[in-house]
Design a protein around this ligand. Structure first.
Ligand code: MG
Length: 446
């Protein structure tokens, strides 16, 4: 009963490949470059072998074009905010634009641009903590003031901050009950960012608190917007917390090299975990510590796996299709990223992401709970295939994977699951590009 992806995973253990841009940035490249690249640079054979594989990319491209056309041209503040959201986070704009309630879409857009502006203040390495802290702590009041100015950020984020009056006017344009949620969310996240600017993440409790403040509060903000719109039931805290923590902890693990390289983000890996393996966090990147680094990332991932069952429980209670997709796509992308990171030394070599092709497939195929059970079963099987019994946390990882797989099997929906990864795939296919070779990626001979 159910599916078994293990044999094909063992045959093609490198079902992912690292690319040098973040997932969300990579998604932005899909509409033009990735499709053309796939068609013209050697993937024609793969397309012929799996003609349906092109559909997700094309479907996503079509959807992105549609969303781009729907960006309001008036008033200017909405034009600016939707355009910014579209440029910064294609995936999120796709999900927000698919909500059928206009007021809710506007509120979601306002929440997104306000939090992105707040994050720009937190991330600017050129500004001292003394200057940043009062701005972060009072940001929930600044959003009421279209004349507020705080010069920071680079590129798109600078444009966002230079045009803060549009952000403020969009916020002031949504109805009062949405404003209260956006204000409250901004206040709590701003206070959390200010606190951790001057505090190291020492213990696992610190790590959970940091991920709660910078990740869970964001998803809770959206959840509260949906509740006010009357579209969603209220969830117990442990379920709401789980979906935010699962996403944020996974980002912290996956973005190790990006965060340590740019020095703009807080390093959230807790000393309580990494100090078991190395003396300094940076030491995880050196070749001589490869074995320790693998064990360390595996402990981080194993700790993250604890949220899987609660995430499924949360999603199984969502009944509005567009809200289900809003949370469901993100959770499936997250379990795929977790599978990417486990036992993968590339976490400490370069920025890693899922392939845009896989992102597009997940975007297109995640529509029902059966799709989520199938994806969780498949990606957890990939993790299971990578567990080595001499890893210090192997037993805990296996028991957590078995627990989520039991839940997936008990749903009775796995029989019709169509695997994301094809057994007949060759190294040139969309999920297994020829570079780098598997032995480089997994740090061990395959
Ligand atoms: Mg930040």
């Amino acid at each position: 009963m159910g599916i078994s992806v293990q044999p094909l995973v063992l045959k093609h253990p490198n079902v992912f490949y690292p690319i040098t841009c973040k997932l969300k940035k990579a998604v932005k490249q899909i509409p033009h470059r990735r499709v053309r690249y796939s068609m013209h640079k050697g993937n024609i054979k793969a397309v012929v072998q799996h003609p349906n594989e092109m559909n997700p990319l094309l479907q996503m491209k079509t959807e992105m074009k549609r969303v781009e056309k729907e960006i309001p041209t008036n008033p200017p503040h909405w034009k600016f905010c939707y355009s910014m959201m579209n440029k910064i986070s294609t995936m999120l704009v796709l999900m927000i634009q698919s909500l059928d309630d206009k007021e809710l879409r506007d509120a979601g857009c306002a929440l997104y641009v306000v939090l992105r502006a707040l994050d720009t203040v937190e991330d600017d390495p050129e500004i001292s903590d003394e200057l940043k802290i009062p701005v972060l702590e009072a940001f929930h009041r600044h959003i009421y003031d279209p004349d507020f100015r705080f010069k920071c950020g680079t590129k798109l984020k600078k444009v966002l901050m230079d045009n803060f009056h549009h952000v403020s006017r969009a916020f002031l344009d949504v109805n009062k009950s949405y404003q209260e949620i956006i204000e409250d969310t901004t206040m709590n996240i701003g206070a959390g960012m200010a606190k951790f600017l001057t505090k190291e993440v020492e213990t696992i409790d610190d790590y959970v608190e940091y991920c709660y403040l910078t990740g869970t509060l964001v998803s809770l903000g959206f959840e509260r917007l949906f509740q006010v719109s009357g579209k969603q039931i209220v969830f117990p805290d442990h379920l709401s917390n789980a979906i935010g923590l699962f996403v944020q902890k996974t980002d912290v693990i996956k973005d190790f090299m990006e965060d340590i390289g740019e020095k703009t983000s807080h390093m959230a890996w807790p000393r309580e975990i990494w100090s078991k393996y190395v003396n300094n966090l940076e030491d995880l990147t050196s070749e001589e510590n490869t074995e320790k680094a693998i064990q360390c990332v595996n402990e981080m991932v194993t700790e993250d796996l604890v949220h899987m069952n609660d995430c499924l429980e949360f999603l199984s209670q969502l009944h509005d299709p567009s809200i289900f997709r809003f949370f469901g796509i993100l959770q499936v992308l997250t379990i795929a990223e977790v599978a990417l990171c486990y036992n993968n030394i590339q976490v400490f070599r370069e920025k890693i992401s899922l392939t845009p092709d896989l992102v597009a497939k997940i975007f297109v195929r995640t529509k029902t709970m059966a799709d989520v059970y199938g994806a969780f079963y498949e990606f957890s099987s990939i993790i299971l295939s990578k567990v080595e019994m001499n890893d210090p946390n192997a037993k805990i990882a296996i028991s957590r994977i078995e627990a989520v797989q039991r839940l997936c099997r008990d749903s009775g929906t796995l029989d019709n699951w169509e695997s994301y990864i094809h057994e007949s795939d060759q190294p040139t296919n969309m999920l297994c590009p020829p570079k780098p070779n598997p032995s480089q990626v997994n740090g061990k001979s395959t």
